[in-house]
Design a protein around this ligand. Sequence first.
Ligand code: ATP
Ligand code: MG
Length: 140
Amino acid sequence: MAIQRTFSIIKPDATARNLTGAINKVIEEAGLRIVAQRRILMTEGQAKRFYEVHAERPFYGELVEFMTSGPVVVQVLEGEDAVAKYREVMGATNPEEAADGTIRKLYANSIGENSVHGSDSPENAEMEIRQFFSQADIIG
Ligand code: ATP
Ligand code: MG
């Protein structure tokens, strides 16, 4: 497996609790490198587009509202098998089901306010990175 990139978001529940550094520590200790990072306020349009696959789900409105409720940190992570590796480091969507030591087990408030996002496939990683970063922003 070659070096790969994935897209990460530190969500508003985590930035509100000043956990950016703590989460970055877990990411780096897992062997993933933060090669681009920016703190932003997502617009409603950006959040709707980002989570468009969930548009028909009952929690879509709540999810868009949450993602625009405060600052997020968008990131590009690089490493061996980065997409699957970061999903492992994040833990299950529902923190009650997340394994010990994962970011969501350590820090998530609930299934909705679950502290981080990570791409679920290399194809989606590429699209998600392109939504928030230009190639020049990414210093590998
Ligand atoms: P993400 O895409 O944010 O990395 P995920 O891939 O683990 O998370 P998805 O099924 O893609 O989970 O859901 C996207 C996001 O929608 C979740 O991270 C969570 O914030 C929210 N979400 C998912 N299921 C629920 C639910 N049942 N109730 C409220 N919010 C939910
Ligand atoms: Mg997902």
